[in-house]
Write a protein that binds this ligand. Structure first.
Ligand SMILES: [Zn+2]
Ligand SMILES: [Zn+2]
Length: 342
């Protein structure tokens, strides 16, 4: 099968690989659509301590089951599904405390390798984090399950939700935060640099917008009738992490959602955190329950990621799409393996 493989930091190539086979409890998908993601670019630029190279790239996909491993009963050949990334074990201390998103066992064998004609889904994912795409939902939109589930998880970290939310950054994730805020009736301000129609997309999702090319970042707190009670970082920029406690109201919450580069340290004003009771909350990945809620929202049309899809193409367009994504041109790109090559 044709597949795009990252061979080292900064390098990837198209290869001809043997298609994966389904082991016990696993399924194999024929990829119908896969999305580019900022994570793909990050991994390409700086690798990842837990991902050994070479690795087939891509992790957001909708596919059709073409092989079912021994012991799989809930799925059949022909089912159109979207896999979550991790398959939490349900039994470790993290899982038992409700932090299935942090299950080390679930992250040990992830769904990875969507920029290919076929994709193996690990047994842990098949057991609890594999989601049927309802009829009527397109392959590309269904593949937004993964980023949307991360946002659904972030909302659970902010609970109880009160007041206005300041969203810092307007990539796909920042815009999904805006889209879900509208679905929940939460007023939002999106602060970001313009370009690629990002701020226009934020406005279409009902957000107030602060264009950081023109306005200083302290403005959101001044512009709103009262400062936002919550802020979410969707940039992974440590300077933004330092800044956000100053932009929320006393008693406010800051959700650290965008991942910073490994080894990053962040400095905060201790007096601000202490005397103004600012809560700093981490958010990483999602649970199978978050993914189910994400699929429900997509199926119900509560969130429409279509404005985030800049261009559709085939696997051979991937190098061009990843280069554009790396230059922050466009928002998301979708690739389909060419049908005639299957
Ligand atoms: Zn992703
Ligand atoms: Zn576990």
């Amino acid at each position: 099968m044709r597949a795009f493989v990252q061979t080292e930091v900064g390098r990837f190539e198209e290869r001809d690989l043997p298609p994966p086979r389904a082991g016990p409890g696993e399924v194999v998908l024929r990829v119908r659509a896969a999305l580019t993601c900022g994570t793909d670019v990050k991994l390409l630029e700086r690798a990842h301590p837990r991902i050994t190279l070479p690795v087939t790239m891509g992790h957001e996909a909708c596919g059709e089951i073409v092989e079912v491993g021994h012991g799989v009963e809930r799925y059949e050949i022909g089912d159109r599904v979207v896999p979550g990334i991790s398959g939490p074990c349900g039994a470790c201390p993290e899982c038992r405390r409700g932090f299935e998103n942090l299950c080390a066992i679930g992250h040990a064998d992830r769904t990875w390798g969507a920029f290919a004609e076929f994709l193996r889904v690990p047994a842990g994912v098949v057991a609890g984090n594999l989601h049927r795409a309802p009829p009527g939902l397109s392959d590309e939109i269904a593949a937004f399950l993964d980023p949307l589930a991360s946002v659904v998880h972030g909302w659970s970290r902010l609970a109880p939700v009160q007041g206005t939310l300041l969203i810092y950054g307007a990539g796909a994730l920042g815009l999904l935060w805006a889209a879900t805020a509208r679905a929940r009736g939460v007023p939002v301000i999106v602060a970001a640099r313009g370009g690629a129609g990002r701020l226009e997309a934020a406005r279409r999702y009902g957000a107030d917008v602060l264009d950081l090319e023109r306005d200083a970042p302290h403005r959101p707190a001044e512009r709103a009738e009262e400062p936002p009670a919550m802020a979410v970082d969707c940039t992974g920029d440590p300077e933004v992490w330092t800044l956000l406690p100053d932009l929320v109201a006393s008693g406010g919450k800051v959700l650290l959602f965008g991942g910073c580069a490994p080894g990053t340290t962040v400095t905060w004003d201790a007096a601000r955190l202490h005397y103004s009771e600012i809560s700093l909350l981490g958010s990483f990945h999602y649970t199978p329950g978050d993914a189910r809620e994400a699929m429900r929202m997509l199926a119900a049309g509560e969130v429409d990621p279509a404005p985030l899809l800049t261009e559709r193409g085939t696997l051979s367009d991937l190098p061009r799409f990843l280069a554009a994504q790396a230059r922050s041109e466009g928002i998301r790109y979708a690739v389909r393996p060419k049908l005639d090559s299957v």
